[in-house]
Design a protein around this ligand. Sequence first.
Ligand code: 1Q0
Length: 214
Amino acid sequence: MANGEDGCCLKDVLVTFQSCLNDQQEILMDPYVAGWKGLVRFLNILGTIFSFVSKDAVAKIQIMENYRSSDQKDQYSTLHSMVKYELASNLVDLKKPGDQPPSGCRTILRLHRALRWLQLFLEGLRTSSEDSSASALCTEAYNASLAKYHPWIIRKTALLSFYVLPARNTFLELMNVGTPADAVAMLEEALPSIVKVYDITEALYAQHNLLDIP
Ligand code: 1Q0
């Protein structure tokens, strides 16, 4: 398990999510996707055992980057404009994973569900006692969020991979922001913006009945 990568610290990644909101409280696509890219860098630090997760995240990031460099890029400047555009153009298949390329709405929904896992996991790390196990906290966060959307084989693989996670304090040190106490303080400051991004996306998807896109 490597320690740090390119001097990157988790605080910088979480701050990217803070910069997602525009004046209308809409979520800007570029920092949202950049936030996920930063998280994948941290995932890679944790070892190749998580490559099945990072491959999926990278594929989804790539789909969104492709939309952002297509002729329709302006339609994808915020999550709100994407929803409006894809629904109006009939690009979202609400019944089955389509033959057509995955829509932006479907792709963001997968990342959005994973953001809930992240929030719960980081909240668990922040509020747990020093001798807690990151593996147990991660399992708890996964079971309360992503697990219900994953088939058995992915659940099984995910739960097994969590066993390699280090002790809570080691994990906090890997965030590269200083001592475990510094990391806890950083999380306390940064988590509200993750929650805000999650809540706004959830409300947007609920308003348009998009929370179950297959
Ligand atoms: C702490 C490390 C644990 C990372 C585990 C994250 C949750 C497990 C997710 C398992 C996903 C399995 C791969 C495939 C899933 C897809 O089937 C699923 C649905 O997509 P689709 O197209 O088949 O309908 N995809 C998803 O659910 C999206 C999953 C994206 C997960 C992105 C996770 C990025 C993780 C970042 C780690 C941040 C660590 C922060 C702290 C680090 C401090 C050193």
